[in-house]
Design a protein around this ligand. Sequence first.
Ligand code: HAM
Length: 470
Amino acid sequence: MLMPKKKLLREKSVKAIKKNTPKKIKAEKIKEAPLLLQTLRGMKDVLPQDQPYWEQVRRVSERLARDYGFLRLDVPIMEYANLFVRNIGEGTDIVEKEMYTFITRGGDKVALRPELTAGNCRSYIQHGMHTLSKPVKLFSTGPVYRYERPQDGRYREHHQVNFDAFGEQDPILDAQIIQVAYRLVQLLGIKSVQIQVNSIGCPVCRKNYRDLLVSYLESKKSKLCQDCKRRLTINPLRVLDCKEDKCSQIASIAPQSVDHLCDDCRSHFKILLEYLDELELPYSINPHLVRGLDYYTKTVFEVWSGEEAGKQGALFGGGRYDRLIKSMGGEDTPAIGFGMGVERIIVEMKRVQAKAYKPPRPRIFLAQLGILAKRKSLKLFTELEKNGILMAESFGRGSLKSQLKIANRLGAEITLILGQKEALDGTVIIKNMATGAQETVDMEKLVDIIKKKLKTDNVVIYHNGECDHS
Ligand code: HAM
């Protein structure tokens, strides 16, 4: 039987890709390599002691998403590689140097996402979100991968929190997105930040500006760094935010995009600045801010620590990307959003001694003594947990003395003691840790008695998984 043409073509291209793929590394060879018990370069474990900061970031961003009407979207961390290459831009550092790209066993060329925007837009189109009422506000968060040279504030795996709004071109959305970014840092306890804004125009006015910039930069070409010499032809705007001293000197007197905006872009930017004034946000115009991704139009912005000591890189970056969805094949859909770097924000939170999340402290400890009691204690713990009572235990310990020591160390106010006798009688001892007073109660009634005590003694109680300091 003849193979359908489409299938034949696909098999041919898979064969071609496989032929061009470096030889597969045999499992045996991988096994032989010494076992390095360390994370990959530029990647970090988030250890339990750091989790309260991560939890604080999660809680604050989820709260803001809810309060400002953003719906959560999660997209896979892996996508077809050309989604990023085409949409972030071929001349960008991310696409040129930093993508983790590989070919799957099935022959698909895929990449670990170097950012969230392209995947979010793919999802917006794929799932017909244009039919939702506008603006469609989406909140997304998760890991992102960039093969960068690791240094302070620059990792190969980092995490972002993104807020994006689709379908509205009114500058009020630009202002609201910047306001959300500002609220986020405020709620995370970072008081001093600086918001930098710029407008890089639309493709129409940017073309004229680009020509002007290129002719200026050509006249200084010999003084530019090697990277910028290359950027001059593929992505001249990127020369403006080069960190090399000699390039930033040249950039400082280069023509500025804000002086060459078309009427529409100029008015958009002017109105945005009026909103930012109205909101009294600490912003300044940075004419050299161009951002490292090609899809931006009009507004671009970054949030930086307001103090010199905290300058590990921008905390947030974002802007408008009015052409992206259409260029991917979707409806004409203006959009704006930002990404916040979680690792950087946590470094800043620690630097300014911002509050981390404090988990509720169990005020009850369950101690057991003897084989039968030990067996019953597991069930009793679950019974109380089902009723929303937060407890601590140390089931591995046998001696009551050592368990009471732990209860004291944890600051438990009540210890429930289940000994051999109590296990047989179906009772439990309630010990007040402050006074030492003890009472024996019926196990059946324990939940009610504890609940009453928790209310009167102002102990933490859970309702539907949410903790509440009643
Ligand atoms: P981005 O500026 O490339 O923008 O990244 C956003 C934030 O992620 C940065 O401001 C920074 O805090 C953090 N970040 C970036 N690279 C690293 C790294 N190597 N290590 C640690 N943190 C890093 C974007 O990705 C856009 N897609 C944001 C966006 C959303 N624009 C519109 N919507």
